[in-house]
Design a protein around this ligand. Sequence first.
Ligand SMILES: C[C@@](CO)(OP(=O)(O)O)[C@H](O)COP(=O)(O)OP(=O)(O)OC[C@H]1O[C@@H](n2ccc(N)nc2=O)[C@H](O)[C@@H]1O
Ligand SMILES: Nc1ncnc2c1ncn2[C@@H]1O[C@H](COP(=O)(O)OP(=O)(O)O)[C@@H](O)[C@H]1O
Length: 289
Amino acid sequence: MKYTQKAPAKINLAIDVLRKRPDGFHDVIMIMQSIALYDTITLKPVHGGKITVTSNSRCIPEDSTNIAYRTAEFLRYKYNVKDGAEIYIEKNIPVSAGLAGGSTDAAAVLNLLDKAWSLKLTKTEILEAAKRLGSDVPFCVSGGTALAEGLGEKLTPLKAMPESYILLAKPDIDISTKEVYEGIDMEEILERPDIDAMVKAINEGSLQKIGENLSNVLEYVTVKKCPLISDIKAKLLEYGALGSVMSGSGPTVFGLFDDQSLAYNAYDHIKQMVNEIFVVKPLPDWENS
Ligand SMILES: C[C@@](CO)(OP(=O)(O)O)[C@H](O)COP(=O)(O)OP(=O)(O)OC[C@H]1O[C@@H](n2ccc(N)nc2=O)[C@H](O)[C@@H]1O
Ligand SMILES: Nc1ncnc2c1ncn2[C@@H]1O[C@H](COP(=O)(O)OP(=O)(O)O)[C@@H](O)[C@H]1O
């Protein structure tokens, strides 16, 4: 039997970095938002067999360094499973983009293997495993709109984001998350997000105020390596975005629009600046919620 699940990308509406911890990681406060841009994971349990990963993408590994493989290996060891799994990743989310492409694959594999290997894990057990696999994996298990604290694993669900169109543009440059966190100098951070104002804006359902409060302290680090980020942000505002900011460690930039035709008009003007560009809706899809 085959099991299939869509794995949505995320954007960060806000990121603040509070401190560097003794283990080298950083305590953060973030507002996370799932978006309708998906990988699709197909998984087949193999009785007594190995774990294998294949993909349509040449940008991700197919060996034991793939986070989908590491996820399966982690569960197999922890729950003493004797079976294997064939995992296929249809990759549509840009890689190393600040959109949690790997983390969302890991979250989907946790869910699919729970079924395929009949593990019957509780939500707490799944979230515990998620935390071990990466800082963004716990959010990807739950999705939606959430406040994330600690390394990203302390999650508080928020009201769904209002009807909107998100234009994503990814400059053609690879950014390592680790490098970006290592590049932060706490003294250099001039502007921090107002997290309370963002939470209030989400609770009020005010897209205007969400747009005004988009902010990411990691942006200034990545902009040094990729100045195109600033140019795209400016273009997004010029073509009617309510706000624009870099997602995660970058380099993807997004603009928030209340009007579909404005978003597609901006798309037409920005598409020559990048190779990867999308207009997507936030999830849960406001049309279905
Ligand atoms: C920046 C964010 C914002 O959502 O997203 P992405 O840009 O990766 O999408 C996340 O904090 C990224 O989460 P994730 O990509 O899961 O990171 P991990 O695999 O846990 O860690 C990668 C590396 O980033 C650094 N790291 C990560 C998270 C954190 N809170 N502090 C850190 O210092 C560490 O150096 C770590 O070795
Ligand atoms: N299933 C996967 N999907 C995406 N990237 C993966 C995957 N497995 C391993 N990787 C590697 O993880 C790194 C981060 O990729 P990704 O998760 O897309 O970025 P980000 O953390 O910026 O959202 C890349 O070097 C990529 O090759």
